[in-house]
Design a protein around this ligand. Structure first.
Ligand code: CA
Ligand code: CA
Length: 448
């Protein structure tokens, strides 16, 4: 075989000393040479058995072989194999196959009084099974869904039933329907479970698998499409963890854009909430630029009036506050936290930059948030190694740290920076107590 290949190379002068062949391989020359020197004496089996035309229950099968005459074998389902002689042809056609049935075919070559081995089998299933099609979602609104499906050959009709996901009873079964189908009168922001059934004249299956589709009206964060974050490189610096309101999320690099649909916090218009943003670094700590937007007017765009704060910088932890305007639209909207390692972040970056963005959903409503007269605070990060940040919505008059035995370890008067250096503490559990004008409060933390 090596000889056939190398003896049929197209010589190329420029390649004479560059490659072992001294030229370009010529597959056509090689095959022609092999066939010219090849003498078929054995009764070899046919090959390349396949369907060349296959429509509904008609089919034409073809093969290649080394004989003039052949024996064609076909098995319908589990029935006995049927042998059909084929004279001077390498094809055979059928127009009366049984619908929705598995078939297997083989071919043997006839060589004088001898026959070849069987070819490899070819298997297929005829059309006409009364299967249930998959449902596709074509469109949705606050009170409607539009679905479509591929038609089934022998279907005489379809039925579709639906209910809210997990409900015990089906709301309705729609009959006499065709694709596409618009289903109206649905509840806003609700996931529906849909099942379709194909009706056939002589065989009808049960309803198929459930398909889940949701109506809109869940709030801007879920219904609207916001601009993408393109070009973030978070390999050196990223948003490592955040505190928004009283919730924390520790994330890591997230390939430069975390797209969370979790509701990270609930906000009441007119109130102010804490936010803390901590960068992570693979090595050097850089000065990071942070901007935060909340789509307060729920128009799907991070406008200038949606900025919570702009271009605040830190190398460690940025502590800021979020004021919720009294005219903020109520509902679930999107918050975007942007961190850029070199300059002031834009809402919709399109070029390459160092840093990371994180998107979350937030709920804004009169029933959200905390009582203004109630003190709430949290510690961040926790566990902490050197600096512990106190996230608190009140002035701190005094800060104390106790060990597990109750011994006072640290005591600080007025703590405007709302941070405490714990680098000198041994590893373990401690209690941090703050005194405010509204009372004394305690939280546990772990020193790493
Ligand atoms: Ca992150
Ligand atoms: Ca907006």
């Amino acid at each position: 075989m090596r000889g056939y290949i190398l003896n049929n190379v197209d010589a190329v002068t420029a390649l004479a000393s560059e490659v072992a062949t001294g030229g370009r391989l010529n597959v056509n020359n090689t095959i022609t040479d092999i066939l010219a020197n090849c003498t078929i004496t054995a009764c070899d089996q046919p090959y390349n058995v396949h369907a060349s035309a296959f429509v509904d229950t008609t089919a034409t099968f073809e093969w290649n072989g080394f004989s003039t005459d052949y024996l064609f074998y076909i098995q319908e389902g589990n029935n006995p194999v049927v042998e059909i002689p084929v004279t001077a042809q390498t094809s055979i056609s059928f127009d009366t196959l049984v619908a929705c049935t598995d078939y297997t075919i083989w071919v043997k070559g006839i060589c004088g009084s001898d026959t070849s081995n069987f070819s490899f089998p070819y298997t297929f299933t005829t059309d006409g099974c009364c299967t249930n099609p998959a449902l596709n979602l074509d469109g949705f609104g606050t009170n409607e869904l539009t679905v479509s499906w591929n038609s089934i050959l022998y279907a005489s009709g379809y039925e579709l039933r639906y209910k809210p996901e997990g409900a015990a009873e089906w709301i309705d079964t729609l009959i006499g329907i065709s694709s596409p189908l618009n289903i109206t009168g649905l509840d806003t922001c609700t996931t529906y479970e849909l099942q379709i059934k194909t009706i056939c004249t002589d065989s009808t299956q049960g309803f198929g698998n459930s398909h889940l589709f949701q109506t809109s009206g869940c709030g801007a964060c879920y219904d609207l499409t916001y601009c993408d974050v393109v070009g973030a490189n978070a390999s050196l610096e990223w948003i490592d963890s955040i505190v928004v309101g009283w919730n924390t999320n520790v994330s890591g690099a997230d390939n430069g854009w975390l797209q969370s649909t979790d509701i990270i916090s609930t906000f009441k218009p007119g109130l102010t909430y804490p936010i803390a943003l901590k960068p992570g670094y693979s090595g050097t700590a850089y000065t990071e630029h942070f901007t935060v937007w909340i789509d307060f007017d729920q128009n799907g765009v991070f406008d200038a009036t949606d900025t919570v704060f702009v271009n605040e910088t830190t190398t460690t932890v940025l502590q800021e506050s979020i004021y919720i305007p009294t005219n903020a639209v109520h509902g679930i909207t999107k918050m975007r936290i942007a961190m850029n390692g070199t300059s002031s972040p834009v809402a919709c970056p399109t070029g390459s930059f160092w840093g990371e963005y994180e998107d979350y959903c937030v709920y804004i409503g009169e029933d959200a948030g905390f009582d203004e007269n109630q003190i709430e605070f949290s510690l961040y990060p926790n566990p902490a190694e050197n600096i512990l940040n106190i996230i608190c919505n009140a002035e701190i008059a005094e800060t104390k740290v106790f060990d597990q035995s109750g011994k006072l370890i640290i005591s600080m008067q007025s703590n405007n920076s709302k941070t405490i250096d714990i680098s000198a503490l041994s590893s373990g559990f401690y209690l941090l107590q703050i005194t405010t004008e509204k009372g004394i409060y305690v939280q546990k933390f772990i020193k790493e």
